[in-house]
Ligand binder design. Structure first.
Ligand code: FE
Ligand code: FE
Ligand code: ZN
Length: 278
């Protein structure tokens, strides 16, 4: 089982790997740059190489670099779309120093232009940014459908993927809080949700899971994460996702509102509960 949490990148790459190992994790996620602002730190190549060696030696699953929240690939304003394009290009260039990992982003918000225009802009950006030479798989995250978010249904994500010219460089990261908030009943009907995902997107394109509980009921379109077991999804349903035969090989990332000590406990609790279930 590969599980970890979101970590701060401020101490550098190798530091995150060591921190994750101490937490009982064997994957993790980090922001490529300030999640609200946009500036990236200077790249330390030796540190990136040291992390790659560490991940290999400790048999980590792929790690996930998360794009900043401010990035909107389908904004109405040209400058905002241009920032998304240059930030993603720059992030992917940096990720070449951590080859074989994932780069996850929120597809964007169409801000009133409509879903089809949002999908068109996101696809267009990906067709500029993706290259046949890159060693990173870019993941679209499933969204809760807050505001005008694009990617709140498997159909919307599937439409983006269908328009991409290098689909082998793309995948999906399923956020359990987001899909539940979007109206997918992973509590009562996980099998049915996975069947829909497989039919519309293809389960082979599912590369990672954000394992979060939700502060709100199904279909609320709120996107407020809760600690595992403390929200409306609940521990049994989240364990169902974690141990599902079609999902259990994936990296699972906790984005729950806890600190390092809290995530360490959450990881231990989930490992034990998953083992007890067998
Ligand atoms: Fe996210
Ligand atoms: Fe997420
Ligand atoms: Zn979220």
């Amino acid at each position: 089982m590969h599980i970890g949490s979101h970590l701060s990148a401020s101490g550098g790459f190798l530091h995150m790997g060591k921190e994750a190992l101490k937490m009982g994790a064997n994957t993790f996620q980090f922001f490529t740059r300030n999640p609200r602002g946009g500036k990236a730190k200077k790249m330390d190549f030796a540190d990136a190489q040291a992390l790659q060696d560490f991940l290999m030696a400790n048999r980590f699953a792929p790690i996930i670099a998360h794009a900043p929240y401010t990035m909107n690939a389908c904004a109405a304003k040209t400058e905002v779309c241009e920032f998304a394009l240059s930030a993603m290009q720059d992030d992917l260039a940096r990720m070449e120093y951590l080859p074989g990992n994932y780069y996850n982003f929120h597809p964007g918000s169409h801000v009133g232009q409509g879903v089809p225009e949002g999908i068109r802009k996101i696809t267009e950006l990906l067709n500029v940014v993706l290259t046949p030479e890159q060693h990173t798989t870019v993941l679209l995250e499933t969204m809760a459908g807050k505001g005008t978010e694009v990617g709140r249904s498997f159909e919307e994500l599937g439409a983006i993927l269908d328009g991409v010219r290098l689909p082998e460089k793309m995948g999906v990261c399923l956020d359990t809080c987001h899909v539940f908030d979007a109206g997918y009943d992973i509590v009562q009907n996980l099998e049915d949700v996975l069947e829909q995902f497989d039919r519309i997107i293809g389960l082979q394109r599912l590369k990672a899971i954000h394992l979060n509980d939700s502060k709100n009921p199904m279909g609320s379109h709120k996107d407020r994460h809760e600690a595992v077991g403390a929200g409306y999804i609940g521990l049994p349903a989240l364990l169902g996702v974690l141990t599902h035969p079609k999902l259990r090989e994936l990296p699972f990332i906790l984005e729950t509102p806890l600190d390092i000590a809290g995530h360490t406990q959450e990881i231990a609790m989930l490992r034990k509960a998953a083992a007890d279930r067998k």
